[in-house]
Ligand binder design. Structure first.
Ligand code: TXA
Ligand code: MG
Length: 324
């Protein structure tokens, strides 16, 4: 065991907060069995109480301590996709702290595959409650520096694992209310889950309250502080002169090669054509442009394929009208 992991285990055991890398984004970890430690997570994030936290585990064999009914379809998914970017929402065991479940009867469980997360979870032995290590409604961090920017001194230790491989939060699937419901799209797509289960995955009915609270379904989320606007690809050429006149300084994140003449107060960022590469860099680029003091960040809208579903979800939330 490396010294950093040993220190992190000591901190967690003492009820302190340890941020750690996962393959999706950085998590803000606390011992899931200590109420005061879990309380600190909410304070550090300015997250209102009542929003459930994911409990991270070292492996499938630890899940039965936290959840009831990990059998049938849920077991099949865990065997197929853990360790990996899938969170399963399952009926909880009676001892699970109400702060973790948001007072609900379910618990979100995930086994991350990042080697540092795995080393930490194996060395710690218990469950680690960890939301993304950002301020409530803001961009999830994908580097250790971004964690520090979001949380400052509120986090006792940050394990640095470099840039997260995937760059978007895990797929969240409700397996506690009968038919599987996709609460948050992620790197594991609804189609992959349907293939593994041999039955359809449902989407939450629009406009209807969920049977459970999900902070990721808050209309503004994953958002930069700078005004951020999605723009259809075919409108970019027409809008450019208007932006030059009225929106400077602005940034444009576009996948298509743009040959606009460079002008003061404009910044064009070439985004990858491949969805996985796009996800890997998105939050890092958004954070950098957000920190650079632009008046507006324009983002070229995304294609409609399934591989872009999680990115469309995050960008729709990042660009939701403010003041809701
Ligand atoms: O990739 C990830 O999932 C990252 C890394 C650190 O694992 N974590 C993360 O946690 O994104 P957080 O708290 O930022 O988002 C967790 C999502 C929220 O949308 C929350 O509502 C949902 O999972 N969730 C957790 N427990 C739930 C439950 N019992 N019922 C319904 N939704 C739940
Ligand atoms: Mg989050």
């Amino acid at each position: 065991m490396t010294t950093a992991i040993e220190d992190a285990v000591k901190f967690l055991s003492a009820g302190k907060l340890v941020a750690f890398p996962t393959e999706t984004v950085y998590g803000l970890g606390a011992d899931a069995s200590q109420p005061l430690a879990v309380e600190k997570v909410f304070q550090a994030k300015n997250r209102p109480p009542g929003h459930p936290l994911i409990v991270h585990l070292s492996g499938l064999d630890a899940a039965g301590h936290w959840a009831l009914g990990l059998s049938g379809d849920a077991l099949r998914l865990a065997q197929r996709f853990w360790p990996g970017p899938l969170t399963l929402v399952l009926p909880k065991r009676p001892h699970v702290l109400p702060q973790i479940t948001g007072g609900q009867e379910t618990i979100g469980l995930r086994v991350p595959r990042h080697p540092i997360a795995q080393a930490l979870l194996h060395a710690f032995g218990g469950g680690i409650a960890a939301p993304s290590a950002n301020q409530f409604t803001r961009l999830s961090p994908t580097t250790a520096a971004a964690v520090r920017q979001e949380l400052g001194q509120a986090v006792d230790m940050v394990l640095d694992g470099g840039a997260c491989e995937i760059g978007l939060e895990s797929t969240v699937l409700d397996m506690a209310h009968g038919a599987p419901v996709l609460l948050r799209p992620g790197a594991i797509t609804a189609i992959e889950i349907e293939e593994a289960l041999g039955r359809p995955v449902l989407l939450p009915a629009p406009g209807k309250p969920l049977a459970h609270r999900a902070p990721g379904s808050h209309p503004i989320h994953y958002a930069p502080r700078t005004a951020t606007v999605l723009v259809e690809a075919h409108r970019l050429i027409d809008l450019w002169p208007h932006w030059l006149a009225h929106e400077r300084p602005f940034a444009l994140l576009a996948r298509q090669a743009i040959s606009f003449p460079s002008a003061d107060g404009t910044c064009c960022v070439a985004m990858p054509e491949d969805a996985h590469k796009y996800a890997h860099v998105l939050y890092h680029i958004l954070r950098k442009t957000d920190n650079a003091g632009f008046r507006t960040i324009f983002i070229e809208n995304l294609p409609s394929g399934i591989e872009w579903a999680a990115l469309r979800d995050r960008l729709t939330k990042a660009t939701a009208p403010r003041g809701l």
